[in-house]
Design a protein around this ligand. Structure first.
Ligand code: SF4
Length: 283
């Protein structure tokens, strides 16, 4: 794993497409240390970074001056309209190197002083637990949602690498984020084979303020899940005898189950669910 510290010239990237309600994405790192774990198999980031030739999960560039650049970017971009940030679209703000480099933490400190209009912090880790003080401070100034991806309740899926963090660890993080008074959003995306959908729905109900569920066939930003198919996930699931989960019908069945357990207002589906998070107001 190659880790390199770099200087960035800007940190807010105008966005659109799938994340149309967000104005900007913010990626404190380029590359992702979790690229060789389970989530990396279906990760669309290397497909988005098309020019990238390095193996996904083999490198990380840390934008060490991100917090210094952010206030200037915010001031400039605000002249164009509200700044609604999705952090992060092509990396994880809590890669293991964050414990040492604290780029995400310093960005959150900068946001306390210079809040955007909305912030969605999205991760595959319990990392936000270490930044609850800052997230609460930002939450008082703008709409904040903390999204933790939990794409399955299975500890392992045959043919796929291990999770970076077990599903239960991430659910417990969501529970503690919710107790801290923040919006704790469980992101079941891309939906992977579930062992016990009903028990999973009940656990999400307990741990999350809301849930977003999505399927790669409509949610990976390409036509009919071409990006995910290129990365080989559907073929692995078929080989494992879990091919039923590669059909779009399971998304509707699981969404229906989640709605029956959590209530329809707490369940968002695909792009609509993600984009609703950009429009939340401060408490
Ligand atoms: S943590 Fe996110 S960005 Fe990193 S490999 Fe997994 S899905 Fe991709």
């Amino acid at each position: 794993m190659q880790v390199r510290e770099t200087q960035c010239r800007s940190i807010l990237t105008r966005t659109g497409g799938f994340l149309e309600s967000f104005s900007h994405s913010l990626n404190p790192y380029r590359g992702c240390s979790f690229g060789n774990s389970l989530c990396g198999v279906a990760c669309y980031a290397p497909e988005v970074l098309r020019a990238e030739t390095r193996p996904w999960g083999g490198y990380l560039e840390a934008k060490v001056n991100a917090a210094e650049v952010y206030p200037r970017d915010l001031e400039r971009e605000r002249r164009r309209g509200p700044v609604r940030i999705f952090m992060s679209s092509v990396t994880d703000p809590y890669v293991p190197q964050e414990r040492r480099l604290r780029i995400t933490r310093r960005l959150l400190e900068a946001m306390v002083a210079h809040p955007p209009d909305a912030l969605v912090l999205q991760t595959h880790t319990p990392g936000p637990l270490g930044d609850l003080d800052l997230l609460r401070a930002i939450h008082e100034r703008c709409g904040v949602s903390v999204q933790v991806s939990v794409e399955t309740d299975r500890v392992e899926i045959p043919g796929l690498p291990r999770h970076a963090f077990a599903p239960e660890e991430r659910l417990e993080a969501l529970r503690r984020i919710k107790i801290a008074g923040l919006r704790a959003v469980g992101v079941v995306a891309p939906l992977l084979p579930l062992a016990d959908p009903e028990a999973f729905a009940r656990r999400l109900d307990e741990c999350c303020t809301s849930v977003i569920v999505d399927h790669y066939l409509i949610g990976d930003g390409s036509k009919q899940g071409v990006r995910t198919k290129r990365r080989g996930l559907p073929a692995i699931l078929e080989a494992a005898g879990l091919g039923a989960w590669t059909r779009i019908e399971v998304l509707h069945e699981v969404a229906q189950l989640f709605r029956s357990v959590l209530g329809p207002e707490r369940v968002g589906v695909s792009a609509e669910g993600f984009n609703a998070a950009a429009l939340v107001s401060p408490p």
